[in-house]
Design a protein around this ligand. Structure first.
Ligand code: NDP
Length: 241
């Protein structure tokens, strides 16, 4: 029986590449998203992967969403906490709303989602929790106090949860990508990317979503069971935590 993988924010960007990579590796995949129905429907038509809409910042919505996925595909064996947003601004201008939205979506979601599946994984003695952090959670970034705090939190979450579940066949790992060529990065002005961002990347280019997906497929495998609590840095050599 194919294992079931659920990818949050799995319909666009890095998440879409992860969903497709897991499907190609033989998993039964579900992709969640927040509200961009057009992108989700296009993704579903192109890939045949079922899509589910809910807000990962809401615990109750996650409970309902996961219940629906499990009723349709079976118990979730692999959870990829990928959904994320930015609300960039200097801290001295940051609103409570910008803080809360980023913390709840990028960090709160790890509690909201993982809490729904962890008991089942513990009972079945197998699970993979893979979360997508960021280089900016490792090193900090101007204009991203909220995002850097949330993404650093993803790493602490992973280390602690890995310890609690290490004996039970469940691994918990986090990937910290550098700058990856998605809409999130395309929102950065082109001249800023060319003058300020790419020159800081030793391989001299943005990463591609498939280069993150490749690592997720690696960590999801049954024979990756000795890797837990790890932070896998994938950033073209830009920063080593
Ligand atoms: P995109 O903006 O391209 O895609 C984000 C995905 O997450 C979409 O599917 C979106 O749904 C979904 N999403 C956003 N908010 C929510 C929510 N509240 N509930 C459910 N789903 C939600 O992002 P990327 O692919 O660029 O980023 C993916 C992850 O990688 C994020 O966690 C990001 O922080 C991280 N990352 C990205 C980097 C990059 O360079 N791109 C670098 C380092 C980390 P919808 O389509 O409905 O909006």
């Amino acid at each position: 029986m194919a294992r079931v993988a659920l990818v949050t924010g799995g319909t666009r960007g890095i998440g879409a590449a992860i969903s497709k990579g897991l499907k190609a590796a033989g998993y039964k995949v579900a992709a969640s998203y927040a509200g961009n129905d057009a992108a989700a429907e296009k993704f579903k038509a192109e890939t045949g992967i079922p899509v589910y809409k809910w807000d990962v910042a809401s615990f109750d919505a996650c409970a309902e969403g996961v219940k629906k996925v499990e009723a349709e595909l079976g118990p979730v064996d692999i959870l990829v906490n990928n959904a994320g947003i930015t609300r960039d601004t200097a801290f001295h201008k940051m609103t409570l709303q910008q803080w809360n939205e980023v913390i709840n979506t990028n960090l709160g979601s790890l509690f909201n989602m993982t809490r729904q599946v962890i008991e089942g994984m513990r009972a079945r003695k197998f699970g993979r929790i893979i979360s997508i952090s960021s280089i900016n959670g490792q090193k900090g970034q101007f204009g991203q106090v909220n995002y850097s705090a949330a993404k650093a939190g993803d790493i602490g979450f992973t280390k602690a949860l890995a310890l609690e579940n290490a004996k039970g066949g469940i691994t918990v790992n986090v990937i910290a990508p550098g700058y990856i060529n998605t809409e999130m990065v395309q929102a950065v002005p082109k001249d800023v990317l060319e003058k300020n961002v790419i020159p800081q990347i030793p391989v001299n280019r943005l990463g591609e979503p498939e280069e993150i997906a490749r690592a997720v497929v690696f960590l999801a495998a049954d024979d990756a069971g000795f890797i837990t609590g790890s932070t896998l840095t994938i950033n073209g050599g830009q920063y080593h935590a």
